[in-house]
Design a protein around this ligand. Structure first.
Ligand code: 5RP
Length: 242
């Protein structure tokens, strides 16, 4: 695919031009009539434009009030997740992407809804500018915590603090960050998930991620991570298995 032009729109920074290129590549994957999960953040803002420009008949689920209002203004049709049940595709930004397809999300504090929507989607596509690629995941790792007992929750996690000045999550919980070493992402994800008071953490395992689309100075790269990510248990079950 051709390299995205960072100079075509003088008002866009290089980083924004790459975000837009990744978003447009992902929008091109969306078929007419699809049920689409919409993530949150500045990359997703370009996605909303790209989807609206395609003029398809879509039914969308937003992961935050900000995305909902932007999508509504662009004329996209919005629905409750439980009304649609399953989604064909969900597309979202990320703060970090490693070589194995692990994502860190939650820079915008919407990672709990984003994870729920990603799980509901047959295909979950992450869209990033190349500066989000990392050799190894690093802190901060966003966490959504319940306000009740939050100081004890953060103490139980260790090396975690409430995010300064962050608004509550879309569901009224607090946003904090784990600032300690990541080392093994799966071990950390398990530890965070097992801590009472943690609603959700921002580590997305590769098996949740179908594709990562990365745009940078050398062009747009489309990585397939887990082709069967999020298939329903029935669809994923091998023939003859119980
Ligand atoms: C919000 C997120 C965002 O997808 C992530 O922070 C990336 O944001 P941006 O596209 O603005 O760089 O996880 O909770």
């Amino acid at each position: 695919m051709a390299a995205p032009s960072a100079t075509a729109s003088p008002s866009l920074s290089d980083s924004d031009a790459y975000k837009r290129a990744a978003a447009e590549a992902a929008a091109a994957l969306v078929p007419d009539g699809a049920r689409v999960g919409l993530g949150t953040g500045s990359t997703v803002a370009f996605l909303l434009d790209a989807l609206a420009n395609r003029g398809l008949e879509l039914r969308c689920v937003a992961t935050s009030p900000a995305t909902e209002s932007a999508a509504r203004q662009l004329g996209l049709s919005l629905h409750d997740l439980d009304e649609l049940g399953e989604l064909d595709i969900s597309i979202d930004g990320a703060d970090q992407v490693d070589e194995d397809g692990w994502l860190v999300k939650g820079g915008g504090g919407a990672h709990t809804r984003e994870k729920i929507v990603a799980r509901a989607a047959e295909r979950f596509v992450a869209i990033v500018s190349a500066d989000k690629l990392v050799a190894a995941l690093r802190p901060p790792i966003p966490i959504e915590v319940m306000a009740f007992g939050c100081h004890g929750t953060l103490a139980a996690i260790g090396q975690a603090q409430l995010r300064d000045g962050a608004p509550p999550s879309p569901d009224g919980n607090l946003i904090a960050d784990y600032l300690g070493p990541v080392d093994d992402a799966r071990t950390l994800a398990g530890r965070l998930a097992a801590t009472a008071g943690v609603v959700e953490h921002g580590l997305f395992a590769p098996e949740m991620v179908s594709d990562v689309i990365i745009a940078g100075p050398t062009g747009v790269e489309h990585r397939r991570i887990s082709p069967s990510a999020n298939q329903s248990p029935t669809a994923a079950r091998p023939e003859g298995a119980a």
